[in-house]
Design a protein around this ligand. Sequence first.
Ligand code: PLP
Length: 426
Amino acid sequence: MEFRSAILVHFLLISLALNVGTLFRNYCNPNLFFPKSSNKNHSFSIQTCNASTSLSSSSNVFDRILHLDYGDPTMFEKYWQNVADKTTLTIPGSQSMSYFSDSRDFYWFLEPEFEKSVIRLHKLVGNAITDNRYLVVGTGSTQLFQAALYAIASPESLTPVDVVAAAPFYSGYPATADFVKSGLHKWAGDATSYTNDQTKYIEVITSPNNPDGFLREAVVKPKNCRRTLVHDLAYYWPQYTPITSPADHDIMLFTVSKCTGHAGTRIGWAIVKDRTIASKMVEFVTISTIGVSKESQLRAKLILDAVASSHEQVSAAPPFFEHSYELMAARWKQLRDVIQNSKLFKLPDYLPQKCKFSGHTFAPQPAFAWLKCEGEIDDCKAFLESHKILTRGGNNFGVSNKYTRMGMISRDQEFCLLRERLYQIG
Ligand SMILES: Cc1ncc(COP(=O)(O)O)c(C=O)c1O
C-alpha cells in the first residue's frame, strides 16, 4: 500500500512538473506568440526576388514606372489571400442599418465587437496601454488626427493653436492641419526650430517616424505654455520595429492600414486618457461623418481577430506578425545588399533592440526607405524619377530634396523590379 502511494505521489509530482513546464513555456517563451505551426506551407513562402528576377542586365527592367511614392500596403495581400476562408465576411441586407452601434451614449457609433478586438490585439502585442482609456474609432487615423486637433484647440481662443512635428515629419500633417482654415489650429512647421511664444501648442510625435523609421519622443521644451502631445503610432507594430514597452500617452493613434495592410477599409482608432478630449473627438466624427461605417468596423474586427488567433492558436497559416516581420526583414536585407555597393545612395543606420513581443533582437525595418542621394545629386526624387522610380521628395517632409522616401510595402514584383533597377543605376 505504502509503495502504491509512493508511486502515486511520484506520478503526481511528475505531472505537476510537466504542467508547470507547459505554463512556463506558454507564458515566458516567445514561441507562444510565434507558435510553431505547419507553416512552412509553400503558399506563404517569403519572396526573395531570386526566383523570378535576377540582378542581371535584362533590358526590360527599365520599362515599367514604379509607383513608390505612396505607402500602399499591398505587400500583405498574399497573406490575406491565403487565409481567405477565415477572413471573409458576409453581411445580410438587413444588418447594420441603424446609425447606432452602441447603447452607451458616448460611444454611439463604436461597434462593441470591434472595440474588444482592438483591446485583445494590444494586450497580445503589448504595444499600448488600453485599461481605463477611451477608444474612439475613426475613418482612418487621418480623421482621428483632425478630431484630436479639434478636441485640443479651444473654440474660445482668439488665435489658432500651433501644430508642430519634428522634421522630417509625415507629409500628411501640414495639409490636414491647414485644410479647412478653421481658425482653431494652424500648421507651424518643424518642431526642432519652434519657439513657443504662444500660450498653447500641439506637438505630433510619429513613432516609428514616417518617413525615416526612427523611434521618437517630444522635442519642444515647453516654457510657460500648455502643450498637448499627439502620438501617431501607426507603425508601432512588430513587423516594423521592436516593441520595447507598451505606449502610454495621452492621445495615441493607430490604424489597420499599416498594422494589417487594410488601408482600403479606412479604419483607425484613438486611445485617449482624458474623457473630455475623447468626447470632443467623438463630437468631431459625429459632425463630420455622423459616425463610422459599421461594415468597415466589422471587417476590421474580423481581420484583427484573425491576427490575434494566428498567434494564439496553432494553424496552417503562420502567425501574422512573424510572417510580416520575415517579409520586411527579407526586403530590407535585399535593399541594403544593393545600396551598400552603391556610391549614389545612403540609407539610415538603426540600432537593434530586443522586441518584447517576439523575443527577436532586430533593427527597425520601416515601411519606407528614407534614401539620401550622395555627391552631386541635389534632387534625389527627380534623379530617381528619371529612372522611372516615383518617390516622395524630402521637401514634402520639411527637409532637403537630397532625401526622398520610397515605399517598401508594395507587391513583390514591384519591389523586385526596384531592387533590380537600383542595382542597374549603380
Ligand atoms: C504616420 C501616419 N499616420 C497616419 C497615416 C494615415 O493612416 P490612415 O490610412 O489610417 O488614414 C499614415 C499613412 O501613411 C501615416 O504614415
